[in-house]
Ligand binder design. Structure first.
Ligand SMILES: [Zn+2]
Length: 428
């Protein structure tokens, strides 16, 4: 059983210990990782939603050489004789070696702030909204709490955040004590303890004065002031309830700084003050919607004129007006609109257009109502001959072909259409 020094002191980040066991972890590509067990450790293993510590073990050899072993991960293993903490490293150490452990302190402090911030937020959510915490995840950038709750109004979230920050400013003591299970059960029955883990062993309780009592094996602040601040970043509905995203401590400052930079950049791009950004964006959105509407109206008008010009350019021969065009600089939507327009304004018309704006190119086939042609079926079978797919309605169909093939396919389709649909004058 490994003695967990962080149970007593979350702020201990340097400690002496001895290697009591070592085993080969995994071997990938001929490279082994090693799992090192110490008699005592301040390294926190991944558990309870909190990631592990990383750091360094240092040993001195008999000839005085210093050996440094980076610790990349820390895991705990439950055994029949208790639990053991394994320090994962790329280099081995001999059993019995005296080592000095050093924890990556900025990482630990960050975890302490996020984790303690969670205790505080969970307590305030429970007290103010009767929303209980189901789970907690401490992520690389943000942390989340899953609550038994439906959607929470923005002003309620603001109130919870403000209350939590007031408790931080009051710098209330955060204490740790170990009690027997019977005592913990009594506290649970009195409603003072939020919940109780299933293990029989003595229970470690974390108390934020006049705010929260919680059974937890994690690392915590000594007083709420060390949390620094909490900032709720958003909520999201999840199957079990509501997920609240938040950051604490320096992460809250970093998040606020990041948001500030974004806002400042937006303000600079618009040459306005930061406070004016939301109003300006709303105005721009309204203008942009109106402009899009106007643009659509103009496209429709343009397509009508364009269609009229095509109808004039392409006369009826043998009772058929077959309009074949390639468009390299018009979008598909416009070419489709143009095909429909021209077939709706003049009779005996078939429009066979290729839109080459993208690759694959789009082939469009449309016909006026008085033509005895099913555009969908014709295009489907014409493209199928080339192993391609397409189709549509009787009046309008479309399919795709590689840019360098589309022209050839369209020319061959035009030949077939002409022989199918032309009605040469016989002179009778
Ligand atoms: Zn905790």
């Amino acid at each position: 059983m490994t003695e967990r020094l962080y149970y007593e002191d979350s702020f201990l980040h340097s400690f002496p210990a001895h290697v009591v066991d070592i085993r080969e972890g995994s071997r990938a590509g001929g490279v082994s990782t090693w799992q090192i067990a110490l008699d005592r450790t301040a390294f926190y293993p991944t558990s309870g939603g909190q990631p592990c510590d990383t750091g360094l073990l240092t040993a001195t050899s008999r000839n005085g050489a210093i050996l440094e072993i980076p610790i990349e991960a820390v895991e705990e293993e439950e055994t029949q004789n208790g639990s053991r903490i394994w320090h994962i490293a790329a280099k081995p150490l001999q059993t019995g070696t005296a080592v000095h452990g050093l924890i990556d302190w900025p990482r630990r402090l960050d975890h302490i702030q996020q984790h303690s911030g969670q205790h505080l937020l969970s307590a305030v959510f429970a007290r103010e909204l009767d929303a209980q915490t189901i789970s907690f995840h401490l992520g690389e950038f943000v942390s989340t709490i899953d609550l038994t709750s439906g959607a929470i109004a923005h002003h309620s979230l603001e109130r919870i955040e403000r209350t939590a920050n007031e408790i931080i400013a009051e710098d209330r003591p955060v204490s740790v004590r170990i009690v027997e299970r019977s005592e913990a059960e009594r506290l649970l029955a009195e409603g003072r303890l939020r919940k109780l883990p299933e293990r029989d062993s003595p229970i470690r309780l974390i108390e934020i004065a006049d705010c929260d009592l919680n059974a937890c094996g994690g690392t915590h602040v000594r007083s709420t002031g060390q949390i620094g601040s909490v900032l709720i970043r958003g909520t999201e509905r999840v199957s079990r309830g509501l997920r609240v995203e938040f950051v604490s401590g320096l992460r809250a400052v970093n998040a606020a700084r990041h948001d500030f930079e974004l806002l400042a950049r937006a303000a600079a791009a618009l040459s306005i003050g930061r406070d004016d950004v939301p109003g300006a964006v709303e105005r721009m959105q309204t203008e942009s919607k109106a402009a899009a509407k106007e643009r659509q109206k103009l496209r429709e008008e343009l397509a009508t004129y364009h269609a009229t010009r095509l109808a004039i350019e392409e006369m009826i021969h043998d009772n058929l007006r077959l309009i074949r065009r390639n468009f390299a600089d018009r979008d598909r939507e416009y070419v489709r609109l143009l095909a429909s327009k021209v077939c709706s304004i003049v009779p005996r018309t078939v429009a066979l257009f290729v839109c080459e704006e993208t690759d694959p190119a789009r082939i469009l086939l449309a016909c006026s109502r008085d033509m005895n042609l099913n555009c969908g079926e014709f295009l489907r079978s014409a493209l199928a001959e080339h192993g391609l797919r397409g189709g549509g309605s009787t009046d309008l169909s479309q399919g795709e072909a590689a840019k360098d093939e589309a022209e050839k396919i369209a020319a061959s389709m035009a030949g077939t259409l002409r022989s199918m649909l032309s009605r040469p004058h016989t002179g009778e």
